[in-house]
Ligand binder design. Structure first.
Ligand code: PEP
Ligand code: MG
Length: 541
């Protein structure tokens, strides 16, 4: 059999499996929620089994020897545009269905399954139980009625959890066996902060929780009020507390008075929300919106950090055995100039409308920083020639999230305008612990001395060169480490929106003068336990 026929056979297999799953989903939904709700799965099944829809892509594969996923993508655009242009609202709606089905088939062809289509017809509050979720699934899940999710796989700093936190959705990962145990319609209690769930909680549990909830609600009010005030230690030391953003929801809900700026704008979420590369205009509008909303406060826009657990079908990144050590972030951007240049042009154009800074992820060499900065200069030159406004002195900084960048931070500090420590990756790369793998999460510990020494070294090297250091990884909102980070001299904490007030409150509890010596003491410890004990002794009440 030649390659084309193999490709078509692969498609038929995917199609058949998907149709079978839709059939099952239909029956489950029918039993749980009735015909009206279940109907969508029947409609999807009709579409996926429609030979007419897939006739052209199959023919194109035979004639042009291209991948079936690409051929379906092309056909999807044509057909869904045709339906979308019809005057009948029902037919317009079908355009979305065709798009969803084709996207799902393409994802499955690319080895991605379980993309949350099941959630699209939910009409009452639900908690999603899944084996695993990708950030792309999470972006696409219909969140109107989603109250939280719990998955078997995943690590506490996987992007799914980060995204959930950013959206304020409780999420629990690493819940082994939950798929076996949970049944549709059951009650589940989940605590996203403490990372556990309880199936069918009994009365006593609910009573205790409700008692505790009063205190939690009080604290929430206190933190909300704190978000609008500056973060100042007892002895008057001011620290910036910014917000991590990037997803559409955070962008919509952004309130400038509730933070000191945006310390990390993850642009990959914009790319995930699209079915193809967002063009310069769309990117420009998004970056301009956040820059304007920030009203002069800083907005650190991180260039595309795709790869690792953030994959995009349309980028056609080859499958890798070790994606976190592979083709990721700045490596892709330096390799795919067109994508990088388009993004840099959009960021630069937006810089005329606010206080934007550019940040590169995953830097491991000085050469990468230089090359990336050269690309910024190239984008500037293009805009200048086109007489388009931008901020000539836009600061260009980097993420410190690899041991390589820590060890050469003295050199990097001479050529970067600022650092932002990405502890999510720094912990995984320093301790060789996959941030996605639930079975090694016990080793993924920010209190590992290697991580703390790295943070300290980076701050010292940055300050020697007079550049500021922020932290945009999840450790920035880990209350155990707040006194240590203050003692080390961290200039900026950047955390998910809901944590800004809490972190400001925590900072306000400490007297920097009384923390002198803490860094040396902690860094001289012999074990993680000792570090934790020392930190606990210094935790403010
Ligand atoms: C980090 O690694 O800490 C970080 C902020 O980047 P991301 O979580 O997006 O990899
Ligand atoms: Mg990172």
């Amino acid at each position: 059999m030649d390659d084309c026929e193999q490709e078509i056979k692969r498609f038929e297999k995917v199609r058949c499996e998907y149709a079978g799953e839709l059939e099952k989903l239909y029956h489950t939904a029918l039993a749980d929620a009735g015909e009206k709700t279940a109907g969508i799965f029947k409609a999807y099944r009709t579409i996926v089994e429609d030979d007419f829809l897939f006739k052209n892509p199959i023919q194109t594969v035979r004639e042009e020897h291209i991948g079936i996923d690409y051929a379906i993508e092309q056909e999807k655009e044509k057909i869904s545009a045709k339906f979308a242009s019809m005057s009948d609202a029902y037919m317009q709606e079908r355009s979305n269905d065709i798009r969803n089905v084709c996207d799902e088939v393409i994802r499955r062809l690319n080895g991605v399954t379980g993309t949350g289509q099941e959630t699209q017809n939910m009409r009452e509050s639900f908690i999603l139980v899944a084996e695993d979720l990708s950030p792309e699934d999470t972006i696409r899940i219909d969140k109107r009625f989603l109250r939280g999710f719990i998955t078997e796989k995943g690590g506490i700093t996987s992007h799914v959890v980060i995204l959930a936190k950013t959206l304020g959705i409780p999420a629990v990962v690493g819940a082994a066996g939950i798929m076996q145990e949970a049944r549709s319609g059951q009650t589940i209690f989940i605590d996203g902060d403490r990372g556990y769930g309880v199936l069918e909680p009994d009365e006593a549990f609910v009573r205790d929780f409700l008692k505790e909830k009063t205190g939690i609600d009080e604290r929430k009010k206190l933190y909300a009020a704190m978000a609008e005030k500056p973060a100042v230690t007892v002895d008057g030391h001011k620290v910036a507390v910014c917000m991590n953003s990037g997803d559409a929801e955070s962008l919509r809900n952004f309130r400038v008075e509730q933070c000191d700026g945006v310390g990390l704008f993850r642009t990959e979420f914009l790319f995930m929300d699209q079915h193809d590369y967002p063009d310069e205009e769309l990117q420009f509008r998004t970056y301009r919106k956040i820059a304007e909303s920030a009203q002069g406060k800083e907005v650190i826009i991180r260039t595309l950090d795709i790869g690792g657990d953030k994959q995009l079908d349309y980028m056609k990144i080859p499958k890798e055995n070790n994606p976190f050590l592979g083709y990721r972030a700045i490596r892709i951007c330096l390799d795919r100039e067109e994508v990088f240049l388009t993004q840099l042009r959009a960021i630069l154009r937006a810089s005329a409308f606010g206080n934007i800074k550019i940040m590169f992820p995953m830097i491991v060499t000085l050469e990468e920083l230089r090359q990336a900065k050269k690309m910024v200069e190239k984008a500037k030159a293009l805009l200048r020639a086109e007489k388009i406004d931008f901020e000539e002195n836009i600061p260009v900084g980097i993420m410190i999230e690899t041991p390589a960048s820590v060890l050469i931070s003295d050199k990097l500090a001479k050529e970067a305008a600022f650092f932002s420590i990405g502890t999510n990756d720094l912990i995984q790369y320093t301790t060789a612990t996959d941030r996605m793998n639930e079975s090694v999460q016990h080793l993924y510990d920010p209190c590992n001395l290697s991580v703390l020494r790295s943070i300290d070294l980076v701050i010292r090297n940055a300050h020697k060169e007079g550049i500021p250091v922020g932290m945009c990884g999840e450790v920035a909102s880990d209350e155990r480490l707040t006194p240590l980070l203050l003692a080390m001299g961290l200039d900026e904490f950047s955390v998910v929106p809901k944590q800004v007030g809490r972190v400001k409150y925590l900072i306000g509890q400490y007297d920097l003068g009384k923390l002198s010596g803490l860094t040396e003491q902690v860094l001289a410890s012999d074990s993680i336990e000792e570090v934790k004990r020392l930190l606990a002794e210094h935790t403010a009440e």
